[in-house]
Design a binder for this molecule. Structure first.
Ligand SMILES: Nc1ncnc2c1ncn2[C@@H]1O[C@H](COP(=O)(O)OP(=O)(O)OP(=O)(O)O)[C@@H](O)[C@H]1O
Ligand SMILES: [Mg+2]
Length: 265
């Protein structure tokens, strides 16, 4: 972290009033095809409120498609996805609200290039959450400070390092007061020296009770912050276990083979 210690209260409204573990994201018998290609095969996955689930698996196993389906950036062909007790809406205002409830942080940051850092963080809250500009700016500045980039607020994304841009992307997701945040390989596009500054912010979020689904091969993050590791291969969930159990004694040959490759990297 470059400046101010990211505060202890990164989350504006910690989910302390509800029982941790109550189902927040529930996938039931989900199938997804791209043409003839069966990319998600009968996926059943429940993520409890406050839970941090790390998804790992070989390239092409369907990890991104899983995240994108939960945010309805992709449609599924069968099965159901529920967020906080409601099925995914298919369009209109309900879909915009869902996108606000389900934050997403991508590998490539996806900030708006022609908006300042602060505008990137305030746009959604003003348009979708109907916050006043003033309120959105105040909250946005608070979040930018907490992820350590408050002094970059008036700059444009291209003027920031990758690590800084990714922390802005996390602040942008948080600005919507999401119920869950999906991270799809958030550190894979970063230079090695910037990975930890982003992981530190994510670890803090996890410790503060944010519900997170994180596609990452960062084993340190999984060991420190994850409640559960989900291993996918060929569109299927092959294993689910606590991080230590999974890393030390995977049960399937696919997982053993995958771990031997990434751990000796
Ligand atoms: N828009 C698309 N159209 C057609 N096929 C797609 C599309 N997106 C993904 N696929 C295919 O679906 C499968 C799952 O892709 P996905 O991107 O979900 O995998 P992944 O596990 O995220 O892989 P990686 O680790 O490389 O990011 C792959 O075979 C991929 O080629
Ligand atoms: Mg992917």
């Amino acid at each position: 972290m470059t400046e101010s210690n990211p505060a202890d209260d990164l989350l504006p409204t910690p989910h302390t009033s509800v029982a941790v573990g109550e189902p927040l994201v529930v996938l039931t018998d989900v199938d997804k095809y791209f043409g003839d290609l069966h990319v998600l095969k009968n996926i059943n996955l429940t993520v409890g409120r406050g839970e941090v689930v790390v998804v790992i698996g070989p390239s092409g196993s369907g990890k991104s498609t899983l995240c994108r389906s939960i945010n309805r950036l992709e449609t599924i062909q069968s099965g159901g996805i529920m967020i906080d007790g409601s099925p995914l809406p298919s369009e209109g205002k309900a879909l915009a609200r869902l996108r606000a409830d389900v934050g997403m942080v991508f590998q490539q940051f996806n900030l708006f290039a022609h908006k300042t850092i602060l505008e990137n963080v305030t746009l959604g809250p003003v348009r979708v959450r109907r916050k006043s500009k003033q309120e959105a700016r105040a909250h946005g500045m608070e979040l930018l400070n907490r992820v350590g980039v408050g002094n970059q607020a008036e700059k444009y994304p291209a003027q920031l390092s990758g690590g800084q841009q990714q922390r802005v992307a996390i602040a942008r997701a948080l600005a919507m007061d999401p119920k869950v945040i999906l991270f799809d390989e958030p550190t894979s596009a970063l230079d090695p020296e910037m990975i930890n500054e982003v992981l530190d912010v994510m670890i803090q979020l996890a410790q503060q009770g944010m519900t997170m689904i994180v596609v990452t091969h960062e084993m340190g993050f999984a060991r420190t912050a994850a409640d559960r590791v989900v291993f996918m291969a060929d569109g299927e969930i092959l294993e689910e276990a606590a991080p230590e159990a999974f890393f030390t004694s995977p049960t399937t040959a696919r997982a053993k083979d995958f771990l031997s490759k990434i751990l000796t990297h």
